[in-house]
Design a binder for this molecule. Structure first.
Ligand code: GUN
Ligand code: ZN
Length: 676
């Protein structure tokens, strides 16, 4: 029974709730590392003053000191450190590595039993730590040892939650192997281990590769812990990659050497004339005050500052997930160190893996501030869908409209659009060429086309990336003639980058464009149908026949020119979510989609015993999901059905298909409309 619940998603990050014997915690979370005796800030203070929910301490240190061991055995680890919230314990792996202790120093089963006997909420196996610079053979040996120990440890956990650490050094395939094997065992949490030396030497790209390799095989319903990672500058990126737990000894370790942590890096207190921070410590003292304090006092205040900054960033990460803004935070942090910037680029090499978990359609805007936005997973998805799903593949005339602004596009090109609206797709297509990619006019209001805001200055790399995307699209759509509107727009340079068989006519003004157009006017109703058909294709990979949809009524908002809803006789079939341009089917719309033959990728079936709850409009809980496609992305508009595929309702998926199947807590699909 998994104790993890996902409440919201952004990137691969999960805003979750994890239940322990000592209460629930909200993830992503950071646990301060507590030394059983030496902590000058107590766990209770960490909770009350700073808001930390859970702490981590070391069972090996407790076990090896008589006075700690006796007290922990009689009063539990909660009594020993005087904390009644959740406590995780580590096993001594890191001490073995760091102090180069002999193999016999810690017995892997004894240490698990010991953690259990002191009442740890989450214990950790004695994994074998691989140094980053040892050869592959040694790492293979360590992975094997960790897996053997995992196998014997997991049977002993009883009612303690147990963490099974993934090792594998810097070798993604060994991480994958390790994760695959660990996933088959009954663990509750999976730390990714062996990363501390990588962090200390700024090898962030390695951490990205390792994390993504491990995540490929770890069950969605177990929190992932990036072991020993607690620097605020790394939290956004690691959370984005799906890490849920972090721990930090750094607040204290850094304070002892006068290191002052910030979300963008570490400063040395001795170099500071100002304290560039809003925390209470930095508001109570000047840099001079701090530098002149006695060492113990200074260390204590630096520790407090380091804690405030770290938990502040953790909160910022959680809020960014709620807002769908985590990618922006990751990109901002990537600007603070070249190696973090490299790590962001490394991450974007794996955009295909990330996209699978990225929520579809979110209501916040994308503020374009650099090339990473062109490689944003949602831009990648949009472009893939334009290539694979856009239903119009040939046209007599294509109008290419470079554009960095004016939202919606409808307003930037009203006259040509007026004309295009009169035509059939085979007569004329219009494509906007924007920094995020190529946007067919039919999809102008669909996320993220409508939600991007661009600067006027565009770097060459962004322009080249648009050129590549445009080329790919032009290779798929045949056009007899292309009319390119050359305006004073940064996007205009893109025309130098493309290669096409079609005749290109360059025009300078909108009226020239209109003169070039050869319009054989038909009915205006076609444009709405064309749009609707393109959106249905984009959203559900459906090719609907015009004959099916031509009797539908599409209502348009007079103010914005956007579709509002689609009706068939008296039934509303779809409403359009105004912020995302997405079609939300009603129950009648769901039936129509079934009729048209929507793929099972957009179907979630649930246990028949709970059908009536969906019919009454309740959300579909993950634990009742029987089928969900591996291709289902979070955020999609889906059909909810019973085991015989009888439609019960429609709604928005909160989780991906694989997540729905893995989770047994929380909501899988928020029901929008139901049979009743
Ligand atoms: N603390 C920091 N890194 C590690 C690791 O790889 N394993 C364990 N058990 N603890 C750690
Ligand atoms: Zn401060």
């Amino acid at each position: 029974m998994s104790l993890f619940e996902i409440r919201a998603k952004d990137g691969m990050a999960r805003l979750g709730i994890y239940t322990t014997k000592h209460g629930k915690v909200h993830t992503p979370l950071l646990m301060p590392v507590i030394h059983p005796a030496k902590s000058s800030i107590t766990p209770a203070q960490l909770r009350e003053e700073f808001g930390f929910q859970m702490v981590i301490t070391n069972s090996y240190i407790i076990k090896s000191k008589d006075k700690f061991r006796e007290k922990a055995l009689s009063e539990g680890v909660h009594g020993l450190i005087n904390f009644d919230g959740p406590i995780m314990t580590d096993s001594g792996t890191f001490q073995m590595y760091f102090h180069n202790l002999p193999e016999e120093e810690i017995d892997p089963l004894e240490i698990v039993d010991f953690q259990k006997s002191i009442g740890s909420d989450i214990g950790t196996i004695l994994d074998a730590f691989s140094e980053p610079n040892v050869g592959r053979q040694q790492v293979e040996h360590d992975v094997k040892k960790s897996l053997e120990r995992a196998k014997i440890s997991v049977g002993r956990k009883e009612d303690m939650l147990l963490a099974g650490t993934i090792q594998g050094g810097i070798f993604p395939d060994l991480r994958e192997h390790s994760a695959k094997m660990m996933a088959t065992m009954d663990f509750d949490v999976h730390p990714i281990g062996g990363v501390v030396p990588l962090m200390e030497s700024y090898r962030y790209s390695d951490i990205v590769r390792i994390t993504l390799a491990s995540k490929r095989h770890l069950p969605f319903n177990r929190p992932v812990h990036l072991f020993g990672c607690g620097h605020p500058m790394l939290l956004a990126q690691a959370a984005f990659l799906g890490c849920d737990f972090f721990d930090s000894a750094l607040y204290a370790k850094f304070a002892e050497s006068d290191r002052y942590v910030t979300p963008t890096g570490t400063l040395h207190l001795g170099n500071l004339r100002e304290l560039p921070c809003e925390c209470v410590v930095c508001n109570s003292f000047t840099a001079d005050d701090m530098n002149q304090m006695k060492r113990d006092e200074r260390v204590l205040h630096l520790m407090r500052h380091n804690l405030y900054v770290t938990i502040g960033e953790m909160k910022r990460v959680r809020q960014a997930i709620v807002d769908g803004k985590l990618f922006e935070l990751v990109a901002a942090r990537a600007r603070s160190h070249p190696n973090l910037f490299n790590a962001l680029q490394t991450m974007l090499h794996y955009v295909e893996q990330i996209e699978k978990e990225y929520p579809v359609a979110n209501s916040t805007s994308i503020l374009y501030t650099g090339i990473e936005n062109a490689r944003h997973p949602v831009a990648y998805r949009f472009h893939s869908r334009v290539k694979n799903r856009y239903p119009y593949s040939h046209t007599r005339q294509m109008l290419l409209f470079p554009d960095i602004g004016g939202r919606p596009f409808y307003e930037t090109a009203p006259l040509p659009i007026q004309e295009v609206r009169k035509t059939e797709a085979e007569e004329m297509l219009i494509l906007f060429v924007t920094p995020m990619g190529v946007i067919p006019w039919e999809l102008e209001h669909v996320y993220p086309a409508q939600q991007c805001i661009y600067p006027e200055y565009l770097d060459t790399e962004s322009i080249i990336s648009v050129g590549q995307k445009l080329q790919e699209v032009l290779d798929l759509i045949s056009a007899e003639k292309i009319i390119w509107l050359s305006r004073n727009d940064p996007m205009n340079k893109v025309h130098e980058l493309i290669n096409t068989q079609s005749a290109i006519v360059h025009t300078q003004t909108v009226s020239e464009v209109i003169e070039e157009l050869d319009i054989q006017a038909t009915t205006e109703k076609h444009w709405m149908l064309r749009k609707l058909r393109a959106i249905m294709a984009h959203q559900w990979n459906l090719r609907v026949n015009f004959d099916v949809i031509k009797k539908w009524e599409i209502s348009i908002s007079k103010g914005t020119g956007k579709m509002r809803h689609v009706k068939n006789e008296d039934d509303i079939l779809f409403t359009i979510v105004p912020t995302t341009g997405t079609l939300a089917p009603t129950y009648a719309g769901g039936l129509v989609l079934q009729d048209i033959g929507i793929s099972d990728d957009y179907l979630v079936t649930i246990d028949d015993e709970v059908s009536e709850y969906i019919i009454k409009g309740k959300s579909a809980l993950a634990k009742f999901v029987r089928f969900a496609s591996p291709n289902l992305r979070p955020g999609e508009e889906v059909l909810i059905a019973d085991s015989a595929k009888r439609l019960l309702g429609t709604g928005r998926a909160l989780l991906s298909g694989p997540e729905m199947l893995a989770m047994n807590r929380g909501v899988a699909v928020t029901t929008r409309h139901s049979k009743d």
